[in-house]
Design a protein around this ligand. Structure first.
Ligand SMILES: [Zn+2]
Length: 406
């Protein structure tokens, strides 16, 4: 029984033999589509005192009511506001790979208890229906982005600095134009000076003519001066591009913001800054791929997005050559995958790239603290090709290494 149920039980007036009839009346609410009980006024209530049915004496009942009254709690206050988190703001940038078409993308919406998950808009109708934990998914994406920034920071820096050099080359034309304008201003000034010398000479008519010429030359000069300052402003604006230190700073700031947002350490302002970086880097689109596994209930979920790293350093890279934008496709697990899947990529690298034998690769992973043997490793290796939808290549004995002689 709940606390409220006990209170209701012990505050019932029937305990002292008083029976009330008609205290509440049923009323059907068409709006709510159910019957509500409405309290009635005292005059509509029929009260009968029946000593036979009395359980408590009046005094005990009164004391009981006083006790209950003293323990009464007031109405609950407004809900506590939860601190803002990055994963509360980015749900709309996740799209279902199975349902979306290029013309009509289908986004994800919050779902589950307290809205901690997100799932495809089509819900049960989605062929790849799954609820992904929002926090886990956004953390995975942020970690990936921060990792990519730290890996490719130098590349971005060089691209932006090169684009700055290109900018300055473009400015040379502008400089020549300004120089021409300045010389024409000087020419007009000389002409005005000459006219002033003539101003005092000749007849009235001549003087008037000279004054009119001076006025027109002056207005011509002020127009030319205005044009010079306008061009100079353009030149100053375009030359004020980023230095390599600025780029480095912006990148490290973006990376830190993303990591802190993933850890949930930021205040509201920080979360919005992280949001703008998240949006610029992912291009507002993370495609969610769901993979059903044979014989398993839990699905694998991957997020694929195009990373525009340049946007992390420069909000508006319009001056940068678009062909040089290092757009990379990134793929992250939005849900912690089974170990065999999580290790697949690493194992592929060890076996196919570093050409280690299964046993040597297992030893290496064991030294990193993973409880794995060469048998598990083989499954991970197979799984890598299964996820790509390819047939795994036949490995030669010991991956081409000689048998270890005893
Ligand atoms: Zn879907």
């Amino acid at each position: 029984m709940t606390y409220n149920a006990y209170r209701r039980l012990w505050s019932n007036v029937r305990l002292i033999g008083r029976w009330e009839f008609g205290r509440k009346r049923n009323q059907f609410s068409t709006k709510l589509d159910y019957v509500r009980q409405i309290d009635q006024a005292d005059k509509d209530v029929t009260t009968t005192q029946c000593e036979e049915l009395r359980i408590l004496d009046d005094n005990t009942f009164l004391q009981l009511q006083q006790m209950l009254g003293s323990l009464k709690t007031g109405p609950r206050g407004p809900r506590k506001s939860r601190p803002l988190r990055l994963w509360d703001l980015v749900t709309e940038f996740f799209f279902c790979a199975a349902c979306s078409t290029p013309e009509a993308p289908i986004r994800f919406y919050q779902t589950g208890a307290n809205g901690t998950g997100m799932q495809c808009k089509n819900g049960d109708l989605c062929s790849c229906k799954t609820a992904v934990n929002r926090e886990e998914a956004v953390r995975a994406v942020c970690d990936q982005l921060a990792g990519m920034i730290s890996r490719d920071g130098d590349l971005i820096e060089s691209v932006i600095c090169r684009s700055r050099e290109l900018d300055t080359q473009g400015d040379d034309g502008l400089r020549a134009e300004i120089a021409a304008l300045k010389s024409s201003v000087a020419k007009i000034s000389r002409r005005i000076d000459g006219l002033y010398e003539l101003a005092g000479e000749g007849s009235d008519e001549d003087r008037k003519e000279v004054q009119a010429k001076i006025r027109s030359a002056q207005s011509e000069r002020s127009a030319a001066q205005l044009e010079v300052s306008r061009q100079q402003n353009i030149l100053d604006g375009s030359s004020a591009t980023l230095t390599s230190d600025d780029v480095r700073q912006a990148l490290s700031q973006a990376s830190t913001l993303l990591q802190e947002a993933a850890a949930g350490k930021l205040n509201d302002d920080g979360v919005y800054q992280a949001l703008s970086i998240f949006r610029r880097l992912t291009g507002d689109c993370v495609i969610v791929h769901v993979e059903q596994r044979v014989g398993r209930k839990r699905t694998n979920v991957r997020g694929v997005f195009k990373v525009q790293l340049l946007y992390g350093a420069k909000p508006d890279p319009s001056t940068v050559e678009t062909a040089e934008l290092p757009i990379q496709e990134a793929s992250v697990w939005l849900r912690k995958p089974p170990r065999v899947d999580a290790l697949a990529e690493r194992v592929h690298e060890l076996i196919d790239v570093q050409k280690l034998s299964l046993r040597a690769a297992a030893d290496l992973l064991q030294s990193e603290g993973l409880k794995i043997n060469s048998g598990n490793l083989w499954y991970s290796y197979q799984r890598y090709y299964e996820m790509l939808g390819q047939e795994p290549p036949k490995l030669v004995y010991n991956n081409g290494h000689r048998r270890k002689t005893l």
